[in-house]
Design a binder for this molecule. Structure first.
Ligand code: SF4
Length: 323
């Protein structure tokens, strides 16, 4: 099975301007090179420009978030003294109401935008002084309507750890959706859990155990749909945080334990050195992971062969080379 999952493609929503489309207020774009040059071959974009879709033209007067008398942030067009909050919210709710049909595995938002920005968007007070504590109106609806969707801003994706984690989550979401597509059963949930065990463990050991307990203690009479919903909620929480070096080291050592007995002394020392050097920051994660993958394949370890941890995303993206 490939990292792309069995059935669908990786459909990712994105603020249109990040793809180089000239939809910004000034007729320009904000092309993001990682999205267009690196990620593009692996995903199917679902571009959206909320401001254009609610009927504001290109170019258009600037809009911004402004603190209303009740303290909440409103989306306004100062030049026309127009409040666009309800219009934007109404459109976003309608659009995102059909989220299931869109089959999205994630979303990349444009930072700082009063519509698309996910965090620290400027909100102006009565005296025109901005505080960076807002969230774009479209982003707010997206995060509320799709709490399990991996969502990031393009700015945050410049951080190699956040980037790697986000892409790993996109591919995990594809596998989850493929599993759902086949029909959720207890056996399939167990299989999903087994496959993602080390991916979760690297991020949060306690969370990974909670996921196992959730499935292990479920009563046979419990509806499988509620079990899947509870699992997805916890899984999302665990996967949200990128793994630390310590988390990776734990998993690498744990996995090495499965293959070590069958290795000769030199191979065992090489693997152990690679893990140690990774922990010291002397080697990138790809080195011990590649070594492990090699031994796992050679020994045909079925449990480890299926682990998403060893191939969380296509190798050509080289995301493990930078963490
Ligand atoms: S940030 Fe969002 S609303 Fe603004 S131009 Fe880009 S896609 Fe359109």
């Amino acid at each position: 099975m490939t990292a792309h999952g069995r059935n669908g493609s990786i459909r990712v929503g994105i603020s249109s301007c990040l793809l180089g489309r000239k939809v910004r207020y000034d007729g320009g774009h904000k092309r993001d090179r990682f999205a267009t040059d690196v990620l593009e071959p692996y995903v199917e974009w679902v571009p959206m420009c909320p401001e254009v879709e609610i009927g504001l033209g290109i170019p258009r007067p600037t809009i911004r978030l402004q603190r209303g008398p009740d303290g909440t942030a409103r989306l306004v067009m100062p030049s026309k003294e127009e409040d666009l909050t309800d219009r934007m919210r109404g459109w976003a709710e309608k659009k995102l109401g059909a989220l299931d049909d869109m089959d999205l595995c994630g979303f990349i938002l444009k930072k700082d935008s009063p519509s698309c920005g996910m965090e620290r968007v400027k909100v102006y007070d009565q005296n025109d002084v901005p505080a960076r504590d807002g969230r774009g109106v479209f982003a707010e609806v997206l995060l509320r309507e799709a709490p399990y969707l991996p969502v990031e801003e393009e700015g945050r994706l410049n951080d190699p750890r956040l980037r790697e984690n986000f892409i790993a989550r996109l591919f995990a979401m594809r596998r989850w959706k493929d599993m759902e597509g086949e029909g959720v059963t207890r056996a399939r949930l167990m299989e999903f859990h087994a496959r993602h065990k080390f991916l979760c463990m690297a991020r949060n050991q306690a969370g990974s155990r909670r996921l196992g307990r959730l499935l292990g203690t479920a009563q046979s009479g419990d509806p499988v749909e509620s079990l899947a919903a509870a699992y997805l909620e916890e899984f999302t929480e665990v996967m949200r945080r990128p793994p630390s070096i310590r988390g990776h080291t734990n998993v690498l050592q744990h996995m090495a334990g499965y293959v070590s007995d069958a290795l000769d002394r030199a191979d065992r020392a090489e693997l152990s050195d690679a893990i140690h050097s990774y922990r010291q920051g002397l080697l990138p994660l790809i080195v011990p992971v590649t070594l492990l993958r090699h031994h796992v394949r050679r020994q045909e370890q079925p449990y480890l062969l299926e682990q998403a941890y060893l191939s969380p995303h296509p190798h050509e993206l080289m995301l493990l080379n930078h963490v």
